[in-house]
Ligand binder design. Structure first.
Ligand SMILES: [Zn+2]
Length: 273
């Protein structure tokens, strides 16, 4: 996905200002891979390891599962398909990140392939201010991060990044709701399990070699403009020996979401969460 140069600058500025709060060393440091590992599924999420998270995280397509949840609550039939056509056949205000288009996709496939067109089309019949209110009420979406334009509903061109702790809380809620069989949340997490054959294929193949963790589900996001690019991935994993369930978020500049996910392998090897 692409975001405007202004928005990228605002992410950088936010990160810089956070760095200022930590002193000159924080602001001057080189870009590095940021991550947080959280144990979930047994009461409050518990942070097991964390690094670099003073830099705000890009949201990007990590917002799509929540846009999906909203659409389902508003009555979307998950079997409904939307045709994501090739670029030359698209209307000006409907777009997707792949020029070839995704063809006919339902909600599950739209999440696996991260189809922007699907969300843009379906939000045409929705109130974007209502979605913003819903995000604030349900997930404490930050007040300063406005959801005003159609492209905002899937994380495109947002004004800044987001504190990673907020993203962790959002995903922990999704996970909890899925665990107690909320049908919408369960449908979303079941769909996100399919990313092993999409943007998380490389990560899952390498994770399989380790045999220590099982991939349950995940989602990636890539935010780019010109030379600036950010990748982010959220991964839900199970430690096969301890049974612990983990949420792992990784993000890094100059990477795609798929590449940022590969950092998780090093995090797992180092911390054995
Ligand atoms: Zn598409």
């Amino acid at each position: 996905m692409r975001i405007s140069k202004g928005a990228v600058n605002r992410i950088l500025l936010s990160a810089f200002c956070l760095g200022c709060g930590l002193g000159a060393a924080g602001a001057a440091k080189k870009p590095r891979a940021a991550f947080v590992v959280v144990e979930v599924g047994s009461g409050e999420p518990r942070t097991l390891a964390e690094s670099g998270t003073e830099e705000l995280a890009p949201v990007g397509s990590l917002l799509k599962p929540f846009a999906a949840w909203y659409l389902l609550e508003k009555g979307l039939d998950a079997r409904q398909t939307i045709l994501c056509p090739a670029e030359r056949k698209r209307e000006a205000d409907l777009r997707c990140w792949t020029p070839e288009g995704h063809g006919a996709v339902n909600l599950g496939e739209a999440l696996v392939h991260s189809c922007n067109y699907f969300f843009l089309s379906l939000f045409r019949g929705q109130s974007i201010p209502q979605f913003e209110i819903w995000m604030r009420e349900r997930f404490q979406w930050p007040e300063n991060l406005r959801i005003e334009k159609p492209v905002h509903v899937y994380g495109y061109d947002l004004d800044s990044g987001i504190a990673v702790s907020r993203l962790v809380t959002m995903y922990a809620r999704l996970l909890e709701a899925s665990a107690v069989k909320n049908p919408h949340a369960a449908l979303i997490t079941d769909s996100l399990a399919g990313t092993w054959r999409g943007t998380l294929r490389d990560f899952c193949r390498l994770l399989g070699n380790q045999k220590k963790y099982t991939f349950l589900w995940g989602k990636t996001g890539t935010v780019r403009e010109g030379k600036h690019q950010y990748g982010i991935a959220v991964l839900h994993l199970k430690n096969n020996s301890t049974g612990k369930k983990l949420l792992l978020l990784c993000y890094e500049r100059r990477k795609t979401g798929s590449q940022a996910a590969l950092n998780a392998l090093a995090v797992l090897q180092k911390y054995h969460p």
